[in-house]
Write a protein that binds this ligand. Structure first.
Ligand code: ADP
Ligand code: MG
Length: 680
């Protein structure tokens, strides 16, 4: 048995935890003893100081030893139960809302001395404590300090504290996993000591202490290390290398009226190098909105096709899949067979595609995640391209990479720049190519803010732009609480604008089915409408070269990075583009700061850094919900130094090919998924 097994054991291993408590905690994602360690005390009850009733102070949490004298159980609903109590120095009432008589009788039996603690109030000149936070007849408990945790319904503070104390007493001694010089930087705090200190009420919010930093570092290192190991593992997979010439490159470039930017060329070199190599590619192509990732991916796709493999491109929406498909139709030589697998295709058509993929008749297929259904079998899949999937976590990506088989190279594309400190934990399992440079012909989008009251100014501007033949996106506020309201607000805005610009406005929202959506988008692309009212579905990927103005209502509902992404929908052509952010009311100082960042920068990486500094990691593009590692203690802003330190450590391990066996317990504990079993 490993000495960390205790920590990974089931909660019922603990005295005082039965099935019921276990189930309650499981619902809170506490599955084992280790998980419990990270639920930190919020405050504590100090029972070392007993107060006499005559010395009580109103509004303070205090502990008193009293004798209950009389119950008052009113028979009227909503009136609280009351117990009159005394000590040698005075009187106090205990008040119980929503409690049964039986409960009150049990915890405050008449004429027996009891210790309670709670916040002291006063009512009509008498002291009272409402729902005493702690009740005990056990005089041995008087004089202790108990932590207060944010409790889960069904578990009392008393039981919870007992559980935690029990765990802390039984912590196994783990062998130190850090090098001596690393440990010295944390004042040589061992893991055990650190955990004990973490639960010491004296240390609540003691973020700067060595023990706290050590634990945060453990966590960061574990997440980086897992990613690094996954990357190494994928790199070890041997594949048949893809052989091709520059033919595809030239075939496509000849059809374009622009040449590639330097960063596009460099990324393509990275990708080609991987495709040509004998080990599997697992690469991320990161580039701001409009940086031109699609072309890069299509050139590489055609190269792979030329080397006799099939290619699959997966997009998050059908609309985007179709746009990529249409572009490929335009750019690929006619003899290349490409197909779009759409959920709207006829069954016959779908069956045909499935068959042709199996028989190697199709060179490249475009679609949503549907292209990875079980029934879809490729004859010779050599390359998967995944567009705009920053929401995929490490594990989903690994699954995908496994699914393609060993000969299958994988390229992910994302327009979601993330702060540097997070790169290793978000994308540490992949090699990364970055397109920083925007195509030369781009003008920066001018960004303005406007109060909703001044909508007339905005409308005047829109009128002028339309006259000049430009098109406008009108993004309606996202109402997260209710899909229905969300829908309603876009319908209303549509009616309003259609009144002003008859037959020149299109509407797109979540309730419109895919077929109609595409029709509307196509009409907009073909300039049948000048204005497209929409919820945020235009956010990802779609390219409208003629759209020049984007108006975003209730802009404070969006994160900066998201606004930047939306803004990136315009300014693809050569004309000056504008983004108007609308607000319901005057902006707070902080909100102004945020908006100014957006106005002053067009660099997604910079914006994401600033956004994170102002709003914190949690809010950033919903990364927390997206399968990206949730840190328990570490904070990418406060602990930037630890992130950098961990990155250095990983580089050292990779460079010197160090054995990671000594980190086994760290990985087992902090990353409890199966993936670890393949690694250590
Ligand atoms: P994203 O990186 O956001 O996916 P796209 O690949 O959709 O960007 O490209 C955005 C637009 O830029 C497209 O219209 C594309 O044709 C154009 N584009 C791509 N590369 C260049 C370039 N080197 N020069 C000029 N325009 C380019
Ligand atoms: Mg794109």
């Amino acid at each position: 048995m490993n000495n960390y097994d205790y920590l990974l054991a089931d909660l019922t291993r603990l005295n005082g935890v039965g099935k019921k408590t276990m189930e309650i905690l499981k619902k809170k994602k506490v599955n084992n003893i280790f998980d419990l360690l990270w639920r930190l005390p919020k405050s504590y009850t100090d029972r070392t100081l007993l107060t006499k009733i005559c010395d009580l102070q109103i509004g303070k949490l205090q502990t008193i030893r009293i004798v209950p004298l009389k119950y008052q159980f009113p028979r009227i609903r909503n009136l609280p139960n009351k117990v009159n109590c005394i000590d040698q120095t005075g009187k106090i009432d205990c008040i119980f809302f929503n409690s049964h008589e039986g409960y009150v009788r049990k915890i405050l039996p008449l004429n027996e001395e009891v210790t309670i603690s709670g916040k002291v109030g006063s009512y009509k000149g008498r002291y009272q404590i409402t729902n005493p936070t702690y009740v005990s007849h056990d005089s041995s408990l008087v004089g202790t300090i108990d932590n207060k945790y944010s409790l889960t319904e069904g578990i009392t503070e008393k039981i919870y504290n007992k559980i935690i104390k029990q765990i802390l007493l039984n912590l196994p001694t783990l062998e130190e996993w850090h090098d001596r010089d690393v440990l010295e930087q944390f004042g040589n705090e061992t893991w055990n000591n650190s955990i004990i200190k973490l639960h010491d009420p004296e240390n609540i919010e003691n973020y700067k202490a060595n023990f706290y930093k050590r634990l945060a570092y453990d966590e960061i290192l574990a997440s980086f290390l897992v990613n690094s190991e996954i990357r190494k593992k994928i790199k070890k997979i041997k594949k048949i290398s893809k052989n091709f010439t520059k033919k595809a490159h030239n075939q496509i470039l000849n059809k374009l009226d622009f040449s590639l930017t330097n960063d596009q060329k460099l990324s393509l070199e990275d990708i080609n190098h991987d495709l040509n190599s004998k080990s599997k590619m697992f690469r991320l192509l990161q580039g701001d909105v409009g940086s031109g990732k699609t072309i890069v991916s299509l050139i590489s796709a055609l190269s792979v096709i030329n080397s006799s493999f099939q290619v699959a491109l997966m997009a998050p929406t059908e609309i985007l899949a179709r746009q990529h498909y249409m572009l490929a139709k335009k750019l690929f030589p006619k003899n290349i067979c490409i197909k779009l697998l759409s959920s709207k295709s006829e069954n016959n058509e779908k069956k045909k595609i499935v068959n042709e993929l199996k028989n190697n008749k199709i060179n490249m297929v475009f679609g949503t995640h549907a292209i990875f259904q079980k029934k879809i079998v490729f004859a010779n899949l050599g390359y998967i391209i995944i567009d705009e999937q920053h929401k995929f976590g490490v594990r989903q990506r690994k699954l995908l990479s496994d699914k393609g088989g060993k000969n299958c190279d994988v390229l992910l594309m994302s327009a979601t720049p993330i702060p540097r400190t997070l790169t290793m934990s978000v994308y540490g399992d992949m090699d990364v190519s970055i397109i920083r440079e925007k195509p030369l012909n781009r003008k920066e989008v001018k960004t303005y803010s406007k109060l909703e009251n001044n909508i007339d100014d905005v409308l005047k501007f829109v009128k002028k732009e339309i006259k000049e033949g430009n098109q406008v996106f009108w993004v309606c506020p996202l109402i997260e609480e209710s899909k229905k309201l969300d829908h309603q607000s876009s319908v209303n805005k549509f009616k309003f604008l259609n009144g002003l610009f008859p037959n020149d406005v299109g509407l797109l929202h979540g309730k419109i089915d895919n077929e109609e959506k595409e029709e509307i988008l196509n009409k907009f692309l073909n300039k049948k409408y000048s204005i497209l009212v929409s919820t945020t579905i235009i956010e990802v990927g779609i390219d409208f070269p003629n759209a020049n103005v984007i108006i975003i209502e209730n802009a404070n509902k969006f994160g900066l990075s998201q606004l930047h992404q939306l803004r990136g929908r315009v300014g693809r052509g050569t004309k000056q583009a504008s983004c108007i952010l609308m607000f319901k009311s005057n902006l707070s100082v902080n909100a102004k700061k945020r908006i100014n960042i957006l106005k002053n920068s067009n660099d997604g990486f910079e914006i994401s850094e600033e956004d994170m500094k102002l709003r914190g990691f949690g809010d950033l593009l919903g990364f927390k919900q997206s399968g990206v590692k949730n840190f328990k203690l570490a904070d990418p802003i406060q602990n930037e130094d630890l992130f950098i330190m961990a990155e250095k450590q990983i580089k050292k391990i990779e460079k010197q090919n160090l054995n990671i066996n000594k980190y086994k317990a760290l990985l087992k504990l902090y990353d409890q998924a199966d993936i670890i079993n393949d690694i250590v």
